[in-house]
Write a protein that binds this ligand. Structure first.
Ligand SMILES: [Zn+2]
Length: 261
């Protein structure tokens, strides 16, 4: 499978109608009994937090999944829409889903919000309304056994992921990579985004305090979970391929978590 060669200085591929995608996704979620909390953020942006509580006591698993924080990365919201539409969520888990954190960015086809802020650098000392509303919602949720953030990389030659893993916590990375490999090339470079990588897996600085600007994953790893994955699909490949890659990555992570004790 080859890159399309569309991306020049940024994402130039297929775009999505984010309002329509969210309307459909919420419709499927409500059809299946999910709870929806919607909070107005600013004109053209309503925050949506979805929950489905199916855990059964001590053995239950709780998982957080978010996407759409970068408006030039359409495969994330499309992947969640696919999971909802086709009822692919595993049973018996508590699921917390934020399906699009930057809808205005999608209308502008750009990474940042309407004011030019990269929301995924705003989680240490939040200055944007978008991040503040998201963190307020997060503060009312319990901690999670696993967190997954769905992203895309316009320059990448293949799929890769960032793993933030507490000491002694079982890694799910190998399963995620093998599930994604079935549908999408993996970036096998020994260095990705300036960091050492192995078989498509990057371990960023584990001590978030060393970084002045926190992405969402650093906040989650610091406050909410002992293991988090940021999945990056290569956005110069066809959109359907990237959606499949992210869907397989999420389902691989969930099944791997469910089978671990
Ligand atoms: Zn991103």
């Amino acid at each position: 499978m080859e890159k399309l060669g569309l991306n020049q200085e940024g994402y130039c591929g297929e775009r999505i109608d984010i309002a329509q995608a969210m309307e459909r996704l919420i419709g499927f979620a409500e059809r299946d009994g999910w709870t929806l909390e919607s909070i107005p953020v600013r004109e053209g942006h309503v925050f949506h937090g979805l929950k489905r509580l199916q855990g059964n006591g001590a053995s239950s698993r709780s998982i957080y999944i978010s996407t759409g924080i970068h408006g030039d990365e359409p495969a994330g919201p499309r992947a969640l829409l696919h999971l909802f539409e086709n009822r692919l969520w595993p049973e018996g888990m508590d699921l917390y889903v934020c399906p699009c954190l930057n809808p205005i960015g999608f209308r502008l086809n750009r990474r940042e919000n309407v004011d030019g802020h990269d929301l995924n650098r705003d989680y240490r000392n939040p200055s944007t309304t978008e991040t503040q509303v998201h963190l307020d919602w997060m503060s009312r949720q319990p901690s999670f056994d696993l967190a997954i953030c769905l992203h895309e990389d316009w320059e990448s030659t293949g799929f890769y992921l960032y793993e933030l893993q507490g000491d002694g916590v079982l890694s799910l990375a190998a399963t995620i990579i093998e599930e994604v490999r079935k549908v999408c090339p993996i970036d096998s470079a020994s260095e990705i985004e300036g960091m050492p990588a192995s078989n498509g897996v990057i371990h960023p600085v584990k001590i978030p305090l060393q970084r002045p600007e926190w992405p969402e994953a650093f906040y989650i790893f610091t406050e909410k979970t002992h293991i988090s994955y940021t999945l990056e699909s290569p956005s110069d490949f066809p959109l359907d391929t990237r959606v499949e890659a992210l869907v397989n990555g999420v389902l691989g992570a969930l099944s791997s978590l469910a089978s671990s004790s």
